[in-house]
Design a protein around this ligand. Sequence first.
Ligand SMILES: NC(=O)c1ccc[n+]([C@@H]2O[C@H](COP(=O)([O-])OP(=O)(O)OC[C@H]3O[C@@H](n4cnc5c(N)ncnc54)[C@H](OP(=O)(O)O)[C@@H]3O)[C@@H](O)[C@H]2O)c1
Length: 306
Amino acid sequence: MLQEISLASSFILPGSSLSVNRMGYGAMQLAGRDGNKLVWGPPRDVDGAITLLREVVASGVNHIDTSDFYGPHVTNQLIRRALFPYPDDLVIVTKVGTRRGEDGSWIPAFSPDELTGAIHDNLRNLGLDVLDVVNLRSMFSVHQPAEGSIEAPLTALAELQQKGLIRHIGLSNVTPTQIAEARRIVPIVCVQNHYNLAHRADDALIADLAHDGIAYVPFFPLGGFTPLQSGTLSEAASRLGATPMQVALAWLLQRSPNILVIPGTSSLQHLRENLKAAALQIPAEVHDDLETVSRPDAASHPTRQL
Ligand SMILES: NC(=O)c1ccc[n+]([C@@H]2O[C@H](COP(=O)([O-])OP(=O)(O)OC[C@H]3O[C@@H](n4cnc5c(N)ncnc54)[C@H](OP(=O)(O)O)[C@@H]3O)[C@@H](O)[C@H]2O)c1
């Protein structure tokens, strides 16, 4: 079932000249860890991280997701060290709206000063004069979208866009109401929310965004820090001669044409495995089985996101 790598089809971000392959890469896992502080400090193997980033781009991936609060600063500095000067077609998507506490916590950072500082941190650490896409990461709740107006921070971001520091704006961890509010203020090119085979709260939202040509970029596409585990997924993988992670990614790519995937890994072997998912076709009967993974009654084949 695995064919030669295609990196899936491409997608043009709406109202832009930015075209990306639908198989991208999420850079968060490249930062290190310090005890309970996740995504903190440098990786144990800096050279390995640089090699991995170069292979990401050499493989044809032209969409890298990052933030200056990964590390903090570390991930962007690795990207710059590995890839600068950047290939013309590389689209680096970053995000603002959070800063890191000394204890590794994720603290809302929505004031105009904090947003301006975050944009300049991203520009400096990536070595850019302008950022292709910046997502405003909502923080009314750290772990899932929660209602609340994002008008003030988005207006501040739109002003930075008008100053020429940002080309396009996206949103992260948001509700449909917040997306509608945002679109009255500024064009939105992408939405990045938690979504995967087992976590499907955004099924309807994905269809609505597809209708308007807006990209949906699931974060934790493989389940995040504790990757997906499901008997149904494993069975599907063995039927297809693939790995469970490849099936999880191929399922996302088949789920809707506006889905762009950004699986994260610090492992070269996992990167190579994940990229091959772009060429994996899931037949209808296997697809039907996979539909059961998110159902609470899938007791015989539990899915765990620990
Ligand atoms: N907007 C937001 O709030 C937000 C939140 C979280 C993440 N993100 C973005 O989304 C991207 C993706 O999310 P993520 O990296 O947190 O989670 P993910 O892609 O769902 O999963 C990453 C985890 O899966 C493991 N993994 C990757 N490929 C694997 C494979 N083939 N086999 C087995 N394990 C594998 C990784 O470990 P190894 O390193 O060992 O491979 C890592 O533990 C991030 O990199 C970040 O850019 C955004």
